[in-house]
Design a protein around this ligand. Sequence first.
Ligand code: HEM
Ligand code: HEM
Length: 177
Amino acid sequence: MRNEHQPTGYSAAQILLHWLIALLVLFQVSFGEDIAPAYRAMRRDETAGADDLFNADLHIYTGLAILALACLRLAIRLIRGAPPAPESEGILLRWVAAAVHLVLYAVIFLMPVTGILAWYLGVGPAGEIHELGKAVIIIALALHVAGALWQHFIAKSDALVRMLRPGTRGAGHTGAG
Ligand code: HEM
Ligand code: HEM
Protein backbone atom coordinates (compact mmCIF):
# COMPACT_ATOMS: atom_id res chain seq x y z
CA MET A 1 0.00 0.00 0.00
CA ARG A 2 1.30 3.42 -0.91
CA ASN A 3 0.36 6.57 0.93
CA GLU A 4 -0.07 9.91 -0.82
CA HIS A 5 3.38 11.19 0.15
CA GLN A 6 5.31 8.04 -0.66
CA PRO A 7 7.39 8.30 -3.86
CA THR A 8 6.69 5.83 -6.66
CA GLY A 9 10.41 5.39 -7.39
CA TYR A 10 13.94 6.23 -6.21
CA SER A 11 15.45 9.62 -7.17
CA ALA A 12 18.59 9.91 -9.30
CA ALA A 13 20.57 10.82 -6.16
CA GLN A 14 19.30 7.74 -4.31
CA ILE A 15 20.19 5.50 -7.24
CA LEU A 16 23.64 7.04 -7.65
CA LEU A 17 24.35 6.67 -3.93
CA HIS A 18 23.09 3.05 -3.89
CA TRP A 19 25.44 1.93 -6.68
CA LEU A 20 28.40 4.03 -5.57
CA ILE A 21 28.18 2.62 -2.03
CA ALA A 22 27.61 -0.90 -3.41
CA LEU A 23 30.83 -0.61 -5.46
CA LEU A 24 32.85 0.65 -2.50
CA VAL A 25 31.45 -2.03 -0.15
CA LEU A 26 32.32 -4.76 -2.66
CA PHE A 27 35.85 -3.35 -2.84
CA GLN A 28 36.13 -3.36 0.98
CA VAL A 29 34.90 -6.93 1.25
CA SER A 30 37.21 -8.15 -1.55
CA PHE A 31 40.36 -6.45 -0.25
CA GLY A 32 39.56 -5.91 3.45
CA GLU A 33 42.20 -8.37 4.61
CA ASP A 34 44.91 -6.20 3.05
CA ILE A 35 44.76 -3.91 6.08
CA ALA A 36 45.49 -6.79 8.48
CA PRO A 37 49.36 -6.66 8.27
CA ALA A 38 49.46 -2.92 9.12
CA TYR A 39 46.89 -3.43 11.90
CA ARG A 40 48.88 -6.34 13.34
CA ALA A 41 52.10 -4.29 13.23
CA MET A 42 50.37 -1.38 14.96
CA ARG A 43 49.02 -3.59 17.73
CA ARG A 44 52.51 -4.99 18.35
CA ASP A 45 54.05 -1.49 18.38
CA GLU A 46 56.03 -2.35 15.26
CA THR A 47 56.50 -0.17 12.19
CA ALA A 48 54.53 -1.33 9.16
CA GLY A 49 56.15 -1.35 5.71
CA ALA A 50 55.23 1.26 3.09
CA ASP A 51 53.09 -1.19 1.08
CA ASP A 52 51.16 -2.29 4.15
CA LEU A 53 50.56 1.34 5.14
CA PHE A 54 49.36 2.16 1.64
CA ASN A 55 46.90 -0.75 1.78
CA ALA A 56 45.72 0.39 5.21
CA ASP A 57 45.17 3.98 3.98
CA LEU A 58 43.22 2.72 1.00
CA HIS A 59 40.93 0.63 3.24
CA ILE A 60 40.49 3.41 5.80
CA TYR A 61 39.74 6.24 3.34
CA THR A 62 37.39 4.06 1.30
CA GLY A 63 35.62 3.15 4.56
CA LEU A 64 35.39 6.79 5.64
CA ALA A 65 33.99 7.70 2.21
CA ILE A 66 31.31 5.02 2.68
CA LEU A 67 30.39 6.55 6.05
CA ALA A 68 30.04 10.05 4.57
CA LEU A 69 27.96 8.78 1.63
CA ALA A 70 25.85 6.68 4.02
CA CYS A 71 24.98 9.80 6.08
CA LEU A 72 23.90 11.61 2.92
CA ARG A 73 21.93 8.57 1.80
CA LEU A 74 20.11 8.16 5.10
CA ALA A 75 19.25 11.88 5.18
CA ILE A 76 17.71 11.67 1.69
CA ARG A 77 15.90 8.46 2.66
CA LEU A 78 14.39 10.11 5.75
CA ILE A 79 13.35 13.27 3.89
CA ARG A 80 12.16 11.74 0.62
CA GLY A 81 11.26 8.18 1.57
CA ALA A 82 11.37 5.09 -0.62
CA PRO A 83 8.85 3.41 -2.90
CA PRO A 84 6.64 0.67 -1.42
CA ALA A 85 7.45 -3.04 -1.89
CA PRO A 86 6.32 -4.47 -5.24
CA GLU A 87 2.57 -5.18 -5.24
CA SER A 88 3.08 -8.84 -6.12
CA GLU A 89 5.42 -9.51 -3.20
CA GLY A 90 3.98 -11.66 -0.39
CA ILE A 91 4.14 -10.63 3.26
CA LEU A 92 7.01 -13.01 4.12
CA LEU A 93 9.30 -11.84 1.30
CA ARG A 94 8.41 -8.24 2.08
CA TRP A 95 9.53 -8.80 5.63
CA VAL A 96 12.76 -10.53 4.56
CA ALA A 97 13.55 -7.74 2.07
CA ALA A 98 12.93 -5.04 4.71
CA ALA A 99 15.10 -6.91 7.25
CA VAL A 100 17.93 -7.31 4.74
CA HIS A 101 17.75 -3.59 3.83
CA LEU A 102 17.95 -2.76 7.53
CA VAL A 103 21.03 -4.98 7.95
CA LEU A 104 22.68 -3.37 4.90
CA TYR A 105 21.98 0.13 6.26
CA ALA A 106 23.45 -0.98 9.60
CA VAL A 107 26.53 -2.34 7.79
CA ILE A 108 27.39 0.94 6.07
CA PHE A 109 27.36 2.73 9.44
CA LEU A 110 28.65 0.08 11.85
CA MET A 111 31.56 -1.16 9.72
CA PRO A 112 33.18 2.30 9.53
CA VAL A 113 32.44 2.98 13.23
CA THR A 114 33.93 -0.32 14.47
CA GLY A 115 36.86 0.18 12.05
CA ILE A 116 37.53 3.66 13.47
CA LEU A 117 37.32 2.35 17.05
CA ALA A 118 39.78 -0.47 16.26
CA TRP A 119 42.27 1.53 14.20
CA TYR A 120 42.35 4.96 15.85
CA LEU A 121 41.38 4.09 19.43
CA GLY A 122 42.80 0.56 19.74
CA VAL A 123 39.49 -0.99 20.87
CA GLY A 124 40.24 -4.70 20.23
CA PRO A 125 36.66 -6.06 20.48
CA ALA A 126 35.54 -3.49 17.90
CA GLY A 127 38.06 -5.04 15.50
CA GLU A 128 36.59 -8.47 16.18
CA ILE A 129 33.04 -7.24 15.50
CA HIS A 130 34.41 -5.59 12.36
CA GLU A 131 35.82 -8.93 11.18
CA LEU A 132 32.51 -10.70 11.90
CA GLY A 133 30.88 -8.00 9.77
CA LYS A 134 32.43 -9.56 6.67
CA ALA A 135 30.30 -12.72 6.98
CA VAL A 136 27.20 -10.65 7.77
CA ILE A 137 27.74 -8.58 4.61
CA ILE A 138 28.26 -11.65 2.44
CA ILE A 139 25.10 -13.37 3.72
CA ALA A 140 22.96 -10.22 3.52
CA LEU A 141 24.28 -9.40 0.03
CA ALA A 142 23.63 -12.94 -1.22
CA LEU A 143 19.98 -12.64 -0.11
CA HIS A 144 19.77 -9.08 -1.45
CA VAL A 145 21.10 -9.90 -4.91
CA ALA A 146 19.07 -13.13 -5.10
CA GLY A 147 15.97 -11.11 -4.16
CA ALA A 148 16.69 -8.48 -6.82
CA LEU A 149 17.18 -11.15 -9.52
CA TRP A 150 14.10 -13.07 -8.35
CA GLN A 151 11.99 -9.92 -8.55
CA HIS A 152 13.26 -9.12 -12.02
CA PHE A 153 13.29 -12.49 -13.75
CA ILE A 154 10.72 -14.56 -11.91
CA ALA A 155 8.22 -12.24 -10.20
CA LYS A 156 8.74 -9.77 -13.10
CA SER A 157 8.24 -6.73 -10.87
CA ASP A 158 9.90 -3.33 -11.41
CA ALA A 159 12.08 -3.63 -8.26
CA LEU A 160 15.41 -3.85 -10.12
CA VAL A 161 14.49 -1.38 -12.86
CA ARG A 162 13.51 1.29 -10.33
CA MET A 163 16.99 1.05 -8.80
CA LEU A 164 18.39 1.80 -12.27
CA ARG A 165 16.00 4.45 -13.59
CA PRO A 166 14.83 7.47 -11.53
CA GLY A 167 11.12 7.44 -10.74
CA THR A 168 8.48 10.02 -9.99
CA ARG A 169 8.23 11.95 -6.75
CA GLY A 170 4.65 11.03 -5.94
CA ALA A 171 1.10 10.99 -7.26
CA GLY A 172 0.54 13.55 -10.01
CA HIS A 173 4.24 14.44 -10.49
CA THR A 174 6.46 13.48 -13.38
CA GLY A 175 10.20 13.49 -13.94
CA ALA A 176 13.04 12.65 -11.56
CA GLY A 177 12.15 13.58 -7.99
C1 HEM B 1 25.78 -5.45 -6.27
C2 HEM B 1 24.62 -5.94 -6.13
C3 HEM B 1 23.37 -5.20 -5.71
C4 HEM B 1 22.19 -5.27 -6.36
C5 HEM B 1 21.87 -6.07 -7.63
C6 HEM B 1 21.24 -4.45 -5.63
C7 HEM B 1 19.93 -4.23 -5.98
C8 HEM B 1 19.02 -3.46 -5.29
C9 HEM B 1 17.67 -3.18 -5.72
C10 HEM B 1 17.05 -3.68 -7.02
C11 HEM B 1 17.07 -2.42 -4.77
C12 HEM B 1 15.65 -1.85 -4.82
C13 HEM B 1 14.71 -2.70 -4.05
C14 HEM B 1 13.33 -2.14 -4.16
O1 HEM B 1 13.03 -1.39 -5.07
O2 HEM B 1 12.50 -2.46 -3.28
C15 HEM B 1 18.02 -2.22 -3.70
C16 HEM B 1 17.78 -1.52 -2.54
C17 HEM B 1 18.68 -1.41 -1.51
N1 HEM B 1 20.01 -1.82 -1.54
FE1 HEM B 1 20.93 -2.85 -3.02
N2 HEM B 1 21.86 -3.91 -4.52
C18 HEM B 1 23.18 -4.34 -4.54
C19 HEM B 1 24.13 -4.04 -3.61
C20 HEM B 1 23.90 -3.37 -2.40
C21 HEM B 1 24.90 -3.11 -1.38
C22 HEM B 1 26.37 -3.50 -1.45
C23 HEM B 1 24.26 -2.45 -0.37
C24 HEM B 1 24.82 -1.93 0.93
C25 HEM B 1 25.75 -2.45 1.62
C26 HEM B 1 22.86 -2.31 -0.74
C27 HEM B 1 21.88 -1.73 0.05
C28 HEM B 1 20.58 -1.52 -0.31
C29 HEM B 1 19.56 -0.91 0.54
C30 HEM B 1 19.78 -0.44 1.98
C31 HEM B 1 18.38 -0.84 -0.21
C32 HEM B 1 17.05 -0.28 0.26
C33 HEM B 1 16.95 1.14 -0.20
C34 HEM B 1 15.81 1.86 0.43
O3 HEM B 1 14.65 1.47 0.21
O4 HEM B 1 16.09 2.83 1.13
N3 HEM B 1 22.68 -2.87 -1.99
N4 HEM B 1 19.21 -2.87 -4.06
C1 HEM C 1 31.86 0.04 5.19
C2 HEM C 1 33.14 0.17 5.46
C3 HEM C 1 34.07 -0.98 5.73
C4 HEM C 1 33.98 -2.31 5.35
C5 HEM C 1 32.89 -2.97 4.53
C6 HEM C 1 35.14 -2.98 5.88
C7 HEM C 1 35.44 -4.32 5.70
C8 HEM C 1 36.52 -4.99 6.22
C9 HEM C 1 36.86 -6.37 5.98
C10 HEM C 1 36.06 -7.33 5.10
C11 HEM C 1 37.98 -6.66 6.68
C12 HEM C 1 38.72 -8.01 6.73
C13 HEM C 1 38.25 -8.83 7.88
C14 HEM C 1 39.01 -10.13 7.94
O1 HEM C 1 40.24 -10.10 8.11
O2 HEM C 1 38.38 -11.18 7.82
C15 HEM C 1 38.36 -5.46 7.38
C16 HEM C 1 39.44 -5.36 8.26
C17 HEM C 1 39.77 -4.20 8.93
N1 HEM C 1 39.22 -2.94 8.76
FE1 HEM C 1 37.58 -2.52 7.66
N2 HEM C 1 35.90 -2.07 6.58
C18 HEM C 1 35.29 -0.83 6.49
C19 HEM C 1 35.74 0.36 7.04
C20 HEM C 1 36.87 0.50 7.84
C21 HEM C 1 37.35 1.74 8.42
C22 HEM C 1 36.74 3.13 8.19
C23 HEM C 1 38.45 1.43 9.18
C24 HEM C 1 39.37 2.30 10.00
C25 HEM C 1 39.29 3.60 10.19
C26 HEM C 1 38.64 -0.01 9.08
C27 HEM C 1 39.63 -0.71 9.74
C28 HEM C 1 39.86 -2.06 9.62
C29 HEM C 1 40.87 -2.78 10.39
C30 HEM C 1 41.79 -2.19 11.45
C31 HEM C 1 40.81 -4.13 9.96
C32 HEM C 1 41.67 -5.30 10.47
C33 HEM C 1 40.86 -5.99 11.54
C34 HEM C 1 41.57 -7.21 12.05
O3 HEM C 1 42.37 -7.81 11.31
O4 HEM C 1 41.27 -7.59 13.18
N3 HEM C 1 37.67 -0.53 8.24
N4 HEM C 1 37.47 -4.45 7.07
